[in-house]
Write a protein that binds this ligand. Structure first.
Ligand code: ZN
Length: 603
């Protein structure tokens, strides 16, 4: 298996990898309100505190770092894995994998520190990561300087790395030369500090023993403070631009009528293993014509993944047509899907094509497919089996070439057992199922998503919002996100609108919509001082955010829905998005509260 010994420089030429890591930018500048040079060995958690989290339990074959299972492994074995990765996948992909592996490890350690020492000052908690990294036997970290500006949330740090285990293994195989090689460690630092601060803090190795320097030197900065973070982000984030990315496909406006303008940012963001697993499945199936069934709770991003599937396929230049089956009245679904000929029924004044025809050559995405009536299911099955459709009221048979992606948040097998879903259609759809995890199972992605949505809404609303307060970060990590990514997106959109320019987002700007807050979030909210503070409700009156005297949950819900409908001019889809619920749920609840939804109920 081992190949001839080659230098890293040769390897770079062979793999065409760009030479990364330009020298550090201008040194630290600005007024730092908290300088960490004073943090000494006695600030908690100390190395001794952290060591006490480590338990060996050989009797049952386990090692624990508090509640996380650890493995004691030969550095050489890890080095062997690293070498095989480089030689089979190329330097670029191997680097991406190891960076993300380090990121996960760092994110876990940050959660440990946050849980065990909830009162540690942010900069002290940040330094605890360097101690954990040393305790785990990875590298000895020497802090050169670390600064954290509590007002802006900006972070900058500079460190020296001694005895890097990755360098030892890299140099043993490839010798010295080329570019920095402490990829996993850089990922760890990024994952640790980003998770702690709830915003992306990118680390870059600007000097490395593997590159011939005397020691490794790393710089960490909030992502906005880097001039050129794209290269680093590429390794970190297996999004559309990840190292595995296919060549860029169709232009934005060709995707669909509901493009980025509809408020849905097209980029998939994530680095967690659950996210990566789903993403790899999409990449794997994309080039085939197979039908894909996305499953998962509401708000996990099923349509985003379907779009990604389309963009990675050879149909990328053709239309992507999405339809939410739950949003179309049963009487109209057939004409929506298959089109209608003039005069087919009252009101059909002109012939028009259905979604199948419009998706010809491209991808058709049917969301909430479990809500289709049995009649519509039968027609859909025929379209899939025969590859042909008939418009409602028409006599011509039209051939269509459509790749189908479907999604559901219910258990279709159970629906089949209960007779609500056709078994033959189920098997037709379930060719390649991809389960998308809820946000609570990919918590490592929360800081990346927070950063992503913050950037998005800052830009969209032209707001100068530097970031999140530490309290807000903790609250978001403690929250259960029943509405998943869409809910996180809504919370951040709302907060960006609420917060004053130049101020950090705090807890009370995030949680205002009647979320069911657990103890962990409630205490932070109380601590946030909303108690005596007056904040606006959707009605524009002022009441305390944590208590709404004289209001039942029912009437509060009615007011929120009415306010959202007013804000969006009755646009159901937009109002549903703002409220973090599906359009079908909104319709149901609005009707239950007797709110007018008539004409606007049409998509
Ligand atoms: Zn290094």
């Amino acid at each position: 298996m081992p190949g001839p010994r080659i230098s890293l420089a040769q390897l770079h030429r062979a793999t065409g990898a760009a030479r990364p890591a330009p020298p550090a930018q201008a040194p630290f500048s600005g007024q730092w309100r908290f300088d960490l040079q004073q943090v000494d060995g006695s600030s908690h958690p100390t190395v001794a505190d952290l060591s006490e989290c480590l338990f060996f339990s050989p009797g049952d074959g386990r090692i624990w770092l508090q509640d996380q299972r650890m493995v004691l492994m030969h550095a050489e074995a890890l080095g062997g894995l690293r070498r095989e990765l480089i030689e089979t996948m190329g330097l670029d992909k191997a680097r991406g994998l190891l960076t993300r592996m380090g990121y996960l490890s760092g994110a876990r350690d940050a959660e440990l520190v946050r849980r065990q020492w909830p009162d540690a000052e942010p900069p002290v908690a940040a330094v605890a990561g360097t101690r954990l990294h040393a305790l785990e036997g990875v590298v000895k970290v020497e802090v050169v300087r670390v600064s954290y500006d509590a007002a802006t949330g900006d972070y900058q740090g500079e460190f020296l790395w001694h005895n890097s285990s990755e360098d030892d293994e890299h140099i043993a195989v490839y010798g010295v030369g080329g570019s920095p090689a402490c990829w996993m460690q850089t990922g760890y630092a990024t994952g640790y500090v980003s998770t702690l601060f709830g915003r992306l803090v990118l680390f870059r190795e600007v000097a490395c023993r593997s590159a011939g320097d005397a020691q490794c030197r790393v710089i960490g900065r909030s992502v906005e403070l880097w001039d050129d973070p794209q290269e680093d982000l590429r390794y970190l984030q297996l999004g559309e631009d990840g190292p595995d990315a296919e060549p860029a496909a169709a232009p934005l406006d060709a995707w669909t009528e509901r493009g980025a303008a509809g408020g849905q940012d097209p980029t998939l963001v994530g680095a967690s293993s659950a996210f990566n697993a789903a993403f790899h499945m999409v990449r794997r199936v994309a080039p085939t014509p197979a039908t894909v069934l996305f499953t998962g709770e509401s708000g996990v991003g099923k349509e985003m993944f379907a779009r990604s599937l389309h963009r990675s396929s050879d149909r990328a230049g053709q239309p992507f047509i999405a339809i939410n089956c739950a949003a179309i009245p049963e009487t109209l679904i057939e004409s929506e899907l298959f089109g209608v000929e003039r005069g087919a029924f009252t009101g059909a004044g002109a012939s028009r094509p259905g979604r199948f025809e419009r998706a010809d050559g491209g991808t058709l995405f049917l969301d909430e497919i479990g809500t289709l009536s049995l009649v519509a299911q039968g027609k859909l099955l025929r379209a899939l089996q025969e590859g042909e459709i008939e418009r409602v009221g028409g006599t011509r048979t039209l051939r269509v070439n459509v790749r189908l992606a479907a999604a559901t948040n219910e258990n279709l097998r159970a629906a089949v057992r209960e007779g609500r879903f056709r078994e033959d259609l189920f098997y037709r759809l379930n060719v390649f199922p991809i389960h998308l995890p809820p946000l609570r199972e990919r918590r490592d992605d929360i800081p990346l998503l927070m950063q992503h949505f913050l950037d998005h809404y800052r830009e969209r609303y032209q707001r100068d919002v530097p970031g999140f307060s530490q309290r807000a970060v903790k609250a978001l990590f403690n929250y259960g996100f029943p509405g998943n990514i869409r809910e996180l997106q809504n919370l951040i959109e709302r907060a960006v609108i609420m917060v004053n320019d130049g101020e950090l987002i705090d807890v009370h700007q995030l949680f205002r919509g009647g979320e069911e807050l657990g103890e962990g979030v409630l205490s932070l909210q109380a601590e946030g001082g909303t108690g005596g503070r007056l904040v606006g409700t959707p009605e524009g009156t002022a009441v305390g955010a944590t208590q709404m005297p004289g209001q039942t949950l029912e009437s509060a819900e009615q007011q929120w829905i009415a306010a959202a409908l007013r804000r969006t001019g009755g646009n159901m889809a937009a109002a549903a998005r703002q409220l973090g619920i599906t359009r079908a749920t909104l319709l149901y609840r609005a009707r239950r509260h007797g709110l007018p939804v008539g004409r606007n109920a049409r998509p």
